[in-house]
Write a protein that binds this ligand. Structure first.
Ligand code: CTP
Ligand SMILES: C[C@](O)(CO)[C@H](O)COP(=O)(O)O
Length: 219
């Protein structure tokens, strides 16, 4: 069965403030290069979507297309550029991807069609009340998970979910959410704290601290 890794990397990195985020380097390797290197050994092809005016850096073993105006549009373009039966969709902005999570997702996609990495929420949650920064109502955290990537799908299913969203004009912050909207179950696979998304300057500091440990453990 042909499996593809699809890596949306076309974002502008506004919150990080260092230009297109996928090209930002952590300990000598870009976020994009790290994500590709983590997924490539587990799939038959790697496809990345880049900002329109950017080329794939040398030495990154992938095929590149141009992304869209939103993450959802970018993933839709990636889905149209592969004929793989199973796809692993993974944010370039999550550079540390444990192999065990990839294996678990692959298995779940084969048996259940759709699966995402996710972690049970560990903090107290509150809905802000009047004024964005005032305590409103406590949100019980039991049963709540924070969703990560990779997310794994039978391509036919995730493509159907994206097409349905296009037709209805709906958007979602991730791909598993679009599948759930079809009424199809999505398996929650325990992710990993190291799969955090590099979104803000603070996240980049965490990535810089983790990289030497991660690189020392890499096979
Ligand atoms: N039009 C877009 C927007 C986002 N992404 C990708 O989706 C992932 C998650 O998005 P996010 O962390 O929000 O990245 P940016 O959109 O670059 O960040 P910001 O919102 O701060 O601009 C990233 O790998 C990003 O490159 C994409 O491929 N195409
Ligand atoms: C796909 C995602 O990483 C799952 O948590 C997340 O929804 C992306 O959100 P962003 O607003 O594009 O950063």
């Amino acid at each position: 069965m042909k499996v593809a890794a699809l890596i949306p990397a076309a974002g502008s990195g506004t919150r990080l403030g260092l230009g297109p985020k996928a090209f930002v380097e952590v300990a000598g390797r870009s976020l994009l290069a790290r994500s590709v290197a983590a997924l490539a050994p587990h799939v038959n092809e790697v496809l990345v979507a880049l900002p329109e005016d950017h080329a794939l850096p040398p030495g990154v073993p992938a095929r590149a297309i141009s992304g869209g105006a939103t993450r959802q549009a970018t993933v839709h373009a990636l889905l149209g550029a592969t004929d793989a039966e199973v796809v692993l969709i993974h944010d370039a902005a999550r550079p540390f991807v444990p192999a065990a999570v990839i294996h678990a997702l692959r298995g779940a996609a084969d048996t259940q069609g759709a699966a995402t990495a996710a972690l049970p929420v560990a903090d107290t949650l509150v809905q802000a009340g009047e004024g964005a920064q005032h305590w409103g109502q406590l949100v019980p955290r039991e049963g709540l998970w924070a969703v990560q990537t990779p997310q794994a799908f039978r391509r036919e299913l995730i493509l159907r979910a994206h097409e349905a969203a296009r037709r209805s004009g709906e958007s979602a912050t991730d791909d598993a959410g679009l599948v759930a909207r079809l009424g199809h179950p999505v398996a929650l696979i325990p992710g990993d704290a190291r799969l955090f998304k590099v979104t803000t300057p603070g996240d980049l500091q965490l990535a810089l601290a983790l990289a030497p440990v991660w690189d020392a453990e890499a096979p």
